[in-house]
Design a protein around this ligand. Structure first.
Ligand code: NAP
Length: 285
């Protein structure tokens, strides 16, 4: 193995300790940061994500509430709950766990969250502000990836970065953040004709597809930094990413493991976004 592992657990620990210190300072001034998580339905993966987010809040001095509703909840009732949370001064961040049941329009729900409490960074106001370079919140997963580049001194200015995936929550904001940092960015997706032709010339590859073993050693330029956002299960039910870890680790310069890479960073950046929302609210109190 030649690649240096990018340790998302270790970096998260450092960043979460900073969050805890700043949260304690705010709490001492009567402004404990508060996150509201809303979960509709009984998707088992969502249950796990929500549990981890609530625990991370508790471990780092943030208050959190978790509202659970049956899959039969109406869209009107959900929008009314969000409006109540928008008005609640103890709540600085609102996170509606996706996916929502099919009868609920998730766009409408996300747009109902006050932009200054949109700690996921999915609201159109924050997505638009990301495009122009001044968002209140950056989506947690690509924001966490940017922190990894920073922590490991991976040069972005002038680098060729290939992002595989173009979702609103990972691929597109990742591409914008890399562009903002001075990378030359190529965005690939399921219609891309020759994925390997793009990745082979990349100094940085971010794989965010949900397709196991999509990125193999022969698709990677020696020394490249490879970030594996994917979260998949192998035949044995073990968590794995989009990257053929064993193969790519012998070619890449840097590589994130799954688990222990991007996953913990996503939750860490949720804490950072919630803390910053509370700091902004306290400054205006
Ligand atoms: P998504 O909305 O399903 O988007 C997947 C993207 O991958 C799409 O743009 C799709 O292209 C592209 N794609 C699919 N197959 C491809 C192929 N064979 N070649 C090239 N591109 C392909 O998923 P997402 O929400 O962005 O999440 C992506 C992965 O990251 C999932 O495994 C998810 O579980 C994981 N994830 C992890 C974290 C974390 O904290 N670690 C956070 C969020 C997501 P089209 O647009 O053309 O369909």
């Amino acid at each position: 193995m030649t690649a240096q592992l990018i340790d998302g657990n270790a970096l998260s620990k450092t960043l979460r300790a900073e969050v805890a210190t700043r949260a304690a300072t705010l709490a001492a001034r009567g402004h404990q940061p508060g996150l509201a998580v809303v979960l509709v339905g009984d998707n088992p993966a969502s249950e796990v994500y929500v549990r981890n987010k609530i625990k991370a809040c508790a471990d780092n001095g943030l208050a959190s509430t978790c509202e659970r509703y049956p899959a039969t909840l109406t869209q009107t009732a959900l929008l009314a709950r969000i409006e109540a949370l928008n008005q609640d001064p103890k709540i600085h961040g609102i996170l509606v766990q996706l996916p929502l049941p099919a009868h609920i329009d998730s766009h409408k729900v996300i747009e109902a969250i006050a932009a200054e409490k949109d700690v996921d960074g999915f609201h159109v106001a924050n997505a638009g502000a990301l495009m122009t370079g001044r968002p209140l919140f950056r989506p947690c997963t690509p924001y966490g990836v940017m922190k990894m580049f920073e922590a490991y001194g991976i040069e972005l200015a002038g680098a060729h970065a290939v992002v595989i995936g173009r979702s609103n929550i990972v691929g597109k904001p990742m591409a914008l953040m890399l562009l903002d940092a001075g990378a030359t960015v190529t965005v690939c997706h399921s219609k891309t004709r020759d994925l390997a032709a793009h990745t082979r010339t990349a100094d940085i590859v971010v794989a965010a597809t949900g397709k196991r073993n999509l990125l193999t050693a022969e698709m990677v330029k020696p020394g490249a930094a490879v970030i594996d956002v994917g979260m998949n299960r192998d035949e044995a039910g073990k968590l794995c990413g989009d990257v053929d870890f064993a193969g790519v680790s012998s070619v890449a310069g840097y590589l994130t493991p799954v688990p222990g890479g991007v996953g913990p960073m996503t939750i860490t950046m949720l804490l950072v976004n919630t803390l910053e929302a509370a700091e902004r609210a306290a400054a205006h109190a």
